[in-house]
Ligand binder design. Structure first.
Ligand SMILES: CC(=O)N[C@H]1[C@@H](OP(=O)(O)OP(=O)(O)OC[C@H]2O[C@@H](n3ccc(=O)[nH]c3=O)[C@H](O)[C@@H]2O)O[C@H](CO)[C@@H](O)[C@@H]1O
Length: 367
């Protein structure tokens, strides 16, 4: 079995592809899996870090603000198509699976031209442009949210699967995770991050939260700022004379998110589709602050689905007030019953083995 996984740009497209690849490997231990991603995307490091080979192609989105830049975009597109063809010819995959993002467009399209069966997975209730464009010639469209179906054109191809989460997030032991990260049983662990690339507004809010809680001994705060914001956040904390110590961990990026999620008492984050899936798989209470800058405001709906069941609280960015956030955290910390109840309800929102359902629906995997 030879499979090409393609997609990326951000973690939300890469991690589901890794979860699907892991499931393929479980079913076909001899399977050869190759990732094809974009040169500028996070996949360049995340995929090898997760044990898979990757080939990179020069592809990027059209620049609506600066049309002159599109000369470069078109040149990359041409080169991306050429390289995709070359990779497909050399690797000879039985199947190509796309998980959205710029890189998946030329690879899936070229595979279709070469009569290789193709499948796509859409993580969001509002599909991205790439997947919408690819739908016509794919075998099936796997949907993270059933509601996404109405934005595509061929319902007969749609299978609602939920969003795939890597196996390492399931059943991770909380106490062991806390031990590994140097937290005590009695500590209150607050985990904050703004999606795979970080979010300026969440970082700013967290600086206020850190300021408010820095001297509370059992309060442990872990903040992943995103690579782009890391230096600025550290400088701001230093200016405020806030000591980054064992109570306050500030990181660019968390590579073992499964461990941090398992250890956390409360999560504060954006509500990208995969983040929400992981938080619920780990059964964690969350305060979701959806990004308002995404198609169809989909992060709000991702968060609302969990909040309506009682597993999370949603704060829209327009209502994000630092003092109210601090008060809310304090209130939750003081009342473990609230958190316990939210945790149970969060777990009820978890997707059920999406990677397994996806593999069950790929004809070429039938034995
Ligand atoms: C701004 C934007 O366009 N965001 C989109 C992007 O989000 P984004 O790329 O942030 O994706 P998600 O929130 O879905 O997933 C983030 C992933 O990154 C991981 N992670 C994050 C931070 C960190 O330090 N370490 C780490 O490993 C998380 O564990 C998770 O696996 O793709 C998602 C899925 O298509 C969409 O729903 C989001 O709307």
């Amino acid at each position: 079995m030879k499979v090409i996984m393609t997609g990326g740009g951000t973690g939300g497209h890469i991690y589901p592809a890794i979860a699907i690849a892991d499931e393929i490997k479980k079913r076909f231990p001899d399977a050869e899996i190759l990732f094809v991603g974009a040169k500028r995307g996070l996949e360049k490091t995340l995929v090898p870090d997760n044990g898979y080979p990757i080939k990179l192609i020069p592809v990027q989105g059209f620049n609506r603000k600066n049309p002159l830049k599109n000369v470069e975009v078109l040149r990359d597109l041409k080169q991306g198509n050429k390289l995709s063809k070359q990779i497909l010819k050399e690797f000879q995959p039985d199947v190509v699976i796309g998980t959205g993002g710029y890189a998946s467009a030329p690879v899936v399209k070229m595979a279709q031209k070469m009569h290789i069966p193709t499948y796509i997975h859409e993580q969001n209730a509002f599909p991205g442009v790439t997947n919408k464009m690819l739908e016509k010639h794919v075998e099936k469209v796997f949907l993270g949210f059933e509601e996404g179906s109405e934005y595509f054109r061929h319902p007969e191809k749609h299978v609602a699967t939920g969003n795939p989460v890597r196996k390492s997030f399931y059943g991770m032991d909380r106490e062991q995770a806390r031990k590994d990260l140097g937290f005590r049983k009695k500590d209150f662990v607050l985990l904050a991050f703004g999606g795979s690339q970080g979010a300026g507004r969440i970082n700013q809010a967290m600086i206020s939260v850190i300021e408010a809680f820095q001297r509370i001994g059992d309060m442990k705060i872990c903040l992943a700022t995103g690579r782009y914001y890391y230096d600025a956040v550290c400088s701001e904390l230093t200016e405020k004379k806030i000591d980054i110590n064992s109570n306050i961990k500030v990181m660019e990026y968390i590579s073992d998110m499964n461990r941090y999620l398992a250890a956390a008492d409360l999560v504060i984050s954006r509500s990208g589709a995969i983040t929400v899936a992981e938080v619920t798989v780990c059964g964690k209470p969350a305060i979701f602050i959806p990004s308002p800058h995404v198609t169809g405001n989909h992060q709000y709906f991702n968060a609302k689905a969990v909040a309506e069941k009682g597993g999370a609280v949603v704060i829209e960015e327009k209502d994000l007030d630092h003092q109210s956030l601090v008060d809310r955290i304090l209130q939750m910390k003081k009342d473990p019953e609230i958190l316990r109840d939210m945790a149970e309800k969060s777990l009820l929102c978890a997707p059920v083995d999406a990677a397994g359902v996806i593999c069950d629906n790929i004809r070429e995997f039938e034995r």
